[in-house]
Write a protein that binds this ligand. Structure first.
Ligand code: PLP
Length: 435
């Protein structure tokens, strides 16, 4: 399968190049040239299939031409070594718990898959040079990427993060790993980290010396695998005895997660409609209301992984619907909640239903509560474990959230970092000497 750029000003490429490059040369996002519908028989039997079996069928639909079936199966099965259960919260609302992976957030799925796919392509090459993955993080991305790539042959990962600006749990998730993961503590802000990474990609001399790539969320290998669990959610829904089409609600920031859901629907997955649930960063809702897309600087909220003012994957949604505002508004609705509403929902759901949401999931739950019509059922994506936002969540419920074993395991490790100033020549020397 070929991949084209959403900006339509770059040559089409094979999967391998799309994965290794990440962004197209015209700065567009890569899209697969076809989205094939899956056969009816698949949907008839889906309730009897496992997560891994379902994911392999979906993966084959995209990657089957480009990867040997045995290798692809291995990549898929190895990526999904944890469950993604669908849990009933109220009579009409179900939670798809995406936090049972190694770093307790949905980003584990995409990051683990991408690491394995990249490694597959590198090992196929004749002169398999080490690939150096650079990633700047404000918290969650660094942990998912570092853990996804941990111990993967042929790849070194450098995580840059702002000193003193990520939570202790987040920091431990990428500074205690060792092996092929190096944590770089930058004396500066997240923007400084991002600038250092950009400078490195622009440095021709450095790129001639070492092979650099990025693992950010616009990479097709990180975003497409997120379609797997929409199918698995439906399989579990059907198995529970529901016969209607569910409403799918996705707490959204950069819009990669919901875009994977829209791809799933194009492959034939029966979803009644989608809701993109936002915090106060509601650029998408404004687009639905006005037909005009106006990015603006993000504001900080308690659902901070969704504090995005210019969601990259909007370009993919526009492309999917050929720019039709009418079609987009028919299939996707939008909603926005402020911190008080998020906190209130989190507290109330814990009290009334005994279900502890994280601040991002709370946005999704609330959106379903406010929009489901009589007879409808909704599934929201619970994108992270509440313990990842322990201070916020404890402050709202007045109780101590218990930390799952996966996260506790990181807390026991010893932090190893390299501290550098936010000054490119120092970062560059560090990379060259780490080679
Ligand atoms: C990244 C993230 C989101 C936003 O997902 P997008 O794909 O960027 O829309 C939501 N919740 C949590 C917990 C996240 O880490």
């Amino acid at each position: 399968m070929k991949y084209y750029s959403t900006n339509k000003d770059a040559p089409q490429v094979q999967l391998e190049d799309a994965v290794i490059k990440g962004l197209a040369p015209d700065k567009g996002l890569y899209m697969p040239e076809n989205i094939h519908r899956l056969p009816d028989a698949f949907f008839h039997n889906i309730q009897d299939m496992t997560l891994q079996e379902i994911a392999f069928v979906v993966a084959n639909n995209f990657f089957g031409d480009d990867i040997d079936a045995k290798d692809l199966q291995h990549i898929v099965y190895d990526t999904l070594n944890f469950d993604i259960p669908l849990v009933k919260v109220t009579d009409n609302i179900l939670s798809l718990e995406l936090f049972h992976g190694p770093t307790a957030a949905f980003k584990d799925v995409g990051a683990r898959f991408m690491a394995r796919l990249l490694s597959y392509f590198i090992n196929k090459k004749e002169n398999n040079k080490t690939v150096n993955v650079l990633v700047a993080t404000s918290g969650d991305t660094g942990s998912a990427v570092a853990n996804g790539f941990l111990g993967v042959d042929g790849i070194k990962v450098f995580v840059l993060y702002p000193k003193g600006k990520v939570s202790e749990i987040q920091e431990k998730q990428f500074t205690t790993l060792g092996k092929n993961i190096t944590a770089i503590e930058v004396d500066g802000t997240f923007d400084d980290c991002q600038r250092l990474v950009k400078d490195a990609f622009m440095d021709d001399d450095l790129n001639n010396r070492m092979f650099l790539t990025s693992a950010n969320s616009i990479n097709v290998a990180r975003f497409l695998p997120q379609a797997f669990y929409y199918f698995y959610a439906y399989a579990q829904y059907k198995k529970m005895g529901y016969t209607d089409m569910p409403v799918m609600c996705v707490p959204s920031g950069n819009f990669g997660n919901i875009t994977a859901g829209l791809f799933a629907a194009k492959m034939g997955l029966p979803i009644k409609r989608f809701i993109a649930a936002n915090n106060r960063n509601d650029i998408f809702l404004q687009y639905l209301n006005t037909g005009v897309y106006t990015p603006r600087p993000s504001v900080q909220t308690i659902a901070n992984a969704m504090d995005v003012g210019d969601p990259s994957n909007f370009a993919r949604i526009m492309d999917l619907y050929e720019g039709s505002h009418g079609d987009i508004s028919t299939h996707i609705s939008g909603v926005s909640y402020d911190d008080n509403q998020i906190a209130h929902t989190l507290a109330e759901t814990y009290e009334k239903e005994g279900y502890l949401l994280d601040p991002h999931g709370a946005v999704g739950f609330r959106a379903l509560q406010d929009s489901l019509q009589p007879g409808e059922h909704g599934i929201f994506l619970e994108t992270a474990h509440p313990a990842k936002f322990k201070d916020t969540v404890d402050g709202i419920t007045g109780q101590e959230v218990s930390i799952p074993e996966t996260l506790l395991h990181f807390m026991k490790g010893t932090k190893h970092t390299h501290e550098i100033p936010a000054f490119y020549p120092v970062f560059r020397d560090f990379l060259v000497s780490a080679k």
